[in-house]
Design a protein around this ligand. Sequence first.
Ligand code: NAD
Length: 543
Amino acid sequence: MAERVILSDELDVFHGKALRQSRTLLKGVAKSVFAPGKPVSNERRIWMALDQPTIEALRSRAAPVGLNFIGNKRVPAASGAELPLISPINGEQLTTLADSAAVDMDNAVAAARASFEAGVWSDMPPAERKRIMCRWADLIEQNALEIAVLGVRDNGTDIRSALKGEPLSAATTIRFYAEAIDKRNGEITPTRKDVLSLIKKEAVGVVGVIIPWNFPLMIGAWKMAPALAVGNSVVVKPSEDAPLSTLRVIELAAEAGMPAGVLNAVNGGGAVVGEALGLHMDVDVLAFTGSGGVGRRLLEYSARSNMKRVYLELGGKSPNLVFADAPNLEQAAKETAASIFRNNGQVCVAASRLAVERSIYDDFMHMVAEAAKNYKVGDPLNLAHTTGALANAAQLTKVKSAVSLATEQGANLFYGGQQLDIDCGGFYHEPTILTDVEREMDVVQNEVFGPVLAARAFDTENQAIEIANETVYGLSSVLWTRELSRAHRLSSRIKSGTVQVNCFSGADVTSPLGGVKQSGNGSDRSLHALEKYENNKATWIQL
Ligand code: NAD
């Protein structure tokens, strides 16, 4: 039992805690958690169940076909067409999914619209919606390991990060918004005494949600949960590279009591069904996470159709600024490695650009390289590995090309740089550190979305700020300093949606996540996310 607990607790990878916790401490935690008479949380029970035989049993199950989910029914594409779904673990076909067309998207949007206008969800008392959403979160938690393994099989994230960052995170997010539904009031505006001026929050109607392949459940829940909480009906377009866990979770919503048509999913190619959703005349809001290129297209689709509101969570090239007075340089080095190597850097807020004060640059880079050795890359369902596969073949090619272009352009290959486990057919790559990079290099300006850290030294605070703000992106940033006034000063000068000081935590659902500049608009997470899916209805009553 002690061994199981150590494995599970090492796992808080998404929150950057894993590297902070020693095995000794974990043994202590295990003892205190399982002390007689002490209650064990649901989440703790799930971690206790994580062992290799259970994972292998789940892995050996036949992967389901990725069907569409419309009106609470699993349906194939109207044409019957299917796409292959490749597993990044070994490059082999895992299953197939519906290769839908615009007509399938029309059917899903029609089901969503009909449910919205019928009021089966939108007019349901908020406390009742809350009850169903909380039940949904419970079901996700009850099936967490099965959902996580299914997700790993199609996107390659290591099982520990997947369990924490996918079903468990999604359940937390769904509960957070469910619990908020019946605690928000409307407003009365302070106008003339002979008028009663009301602001009522109303659901917008039909919300389209487009999800990427990295952390599809976590990111999907950040959009589905607030949109549903305020009474909208939703149509999801899962990533064609990683749809299986999302589809399973959407089915569980129906099992929890969500009425037919309220939450639907349509699978298929982005350029076909994603476009159909973006261009649809009966979709009121579109919420997207993915690449900047597709984000740009969605804005065009909106302009060409019904001018629907479009919220974009796009890429990043987040800076990590390390000053010599950082409170704990060893900790900073470990979290610097975590910020770019966990999940192979396929994390929107990955701190892919490192800038270190020159006086500590050489020493610090060796500390980061030492920390990089902790990332054991391989089969993501093997608990001996901390890091899994890149999500698809294109992603592996992108990483390899970025590394070779960087060295051609003059960067120094300081650590890693090689593809791994080529014989198994999967998509694996070493954590890689490039030093002495320069502003003009592609690896500095363009998102790799892989385990590639681009590092250099700075001399002054102003230089550090210039480095932080030198790209078109502005999603997140990290800052290490002991000086409180510098932390505040720099935090307001760095152009990014989030600034993390003396940690790389990823923050939690209470804190907004959104980009500035070309990293997007609007924020996921926090109570503010509810506002994206509502209209302010003004009622002006002459008394
Ligand atoms: P992607 O843009 O290629 O695909 C995202 C989704 O858009 C997929 O479901 C895809 O099918 C769909 N799509 C593709 N073409 C489309 C089109 N023409 N019209 C409509 N939909 C279309 O992104 P990806 O490769 O799946 O994910 C990686 C990207 O996501 C990276 O750029 C990363 O930075 C970004 N990302 C951002 C955040 C954030 O919160 N800011 C989080 C995670 C990932």
